[in-house]
Structures are given as C-alpha cells and as structure tokens.
Design a protein around this ligand. Structure first.
Ligand SMILES: O=P(O)(O)OC[C@H]1O[C@H](O[C@H]2O[C@H](CO)[C@@H](O)[C@H](O)[C@H]2O)[C@H](O)[C@@H](O)[C@@H]1O
Length: 140
C-alpha cells in the first residue's frame, strides 16, 4: 500500500462533499413504513441478493474477473473517491497481519502499523474482526 505521496487523501478528508448528491437519503419514517409493508418478502429478497453475490455460490475464477483486486485499480479508486467522505474498514487476520498458526502471534508488522497510523490520520478508520476487542489490544 502506498499512501505517503498522495495529497488526494488528505484533501478528501479535509473537504467533505458540499452537496450530498452522492448519497441515497431516505427519511426514517419512510424507511420504517417500507420495512413494514411486505416486510418478510423484502427481507427474503435482500437475503437472496446477498446469496447471489456470495463467493460460495460462484466459480471463484469468474468471481475474481467480475470483482478484480482493488490494488490493481488504485487510480480509478482515487478518481472515484474525489470529493467524497472516505471511511476505511480494514480486515485484520490475513490482511493487516499475516496468517500464522498461532492466532495470538498474528501481529502487524512495524511498517503496516505505521501505514495504518497514517491512514487513521486521514480518514475515520476501523478494523473489522470477530476477535474479542480486549484481546485485540496487543495486536494493534
Ligand atoms: O472474522 P475475522 O476477523 O476475519 O476473523 C477470522 C478468524 O481470524 C483468525 O483466524 C485466522 O487467522 C489466524 C492467525 O493468522 C490463523 O491461525 C487462522 O488459521 C485463521 O483462520 C482468528 O483467530 C479467528 O478467531 C477468527 O475467526
């Protein structure tokens, strides 16, 4: 990950979009009403759509063609992110830390730690994990 030369990141973080045209907005009342009408069918539709996009239901190679690695599309992502509020959600095991036999020994490298620290200075940043928060502290 190379972020040190990017001025776009800091600019994007300092300048949230003036007009929220990029966001889908729905009033709470309308949302609740929508959920009440035909609620079960609606939830089933969401589940079906999540299943349809699940890796488990696809041939892996075609899935990877349809959803290429973000690392290969860095420039396009930077372009698409311009003027938007960016929030980073990072996976821990196997992403920020290498996969190792003993989960208690899965630590971030010094350089990864430095990169995450820089990232967190630019954007709201969260590590998404099923690990227990208290047990995560030695790792982060
Ligand atoms: O839900 P996640 O946050 O993605 O966590 C999934 C599991 O991650 C950890 O296990 C994985 O990493 C370990 C350390 O490298 C490795 O030993 C293990 O084989 C991997 O599955 C974590 O220990 C588990 O509790 C999480 O469920």
């Amino acid at each position: 990950m190379a972020i040190s030369n990017s001025t776009i990141f800091t600019r994007a973080a300092q300048e949230p979009p003036a007009a929220p045209a990029e966001y889908i907005s729905i009033s709470r009342k309308k949302l609740v009403k929508n959920l009440e009408i035909n609620g079960e069918a609606r939830i089933n539709t969401w589940v079906d759509s999540m299943k349809a996009s699940s890796l488990a239901d696809h041939d892996q190679s075609s899935w990877i063609v349809r959803y290429p690695s973000a690392l290969d599309m860095f420039e396009q992502i930077i372009d698409a992110a311009k003027g938007k509020q960016i929030v980073m959600f990072l996976d821990y095991d196997g992403t920020l830390s290498p996969i190792v036999d003993d989960p208690d020994r899965a630590f971030m490298s010094r350089s990864m730690r430095k990169t995450v620290r820089k990232l967190a200075m630019c954007f709201p940043t969260a590590i998404v994990t099923r690990r227990i928060l208290l047990l995560m502290h030695p790792h982060i």
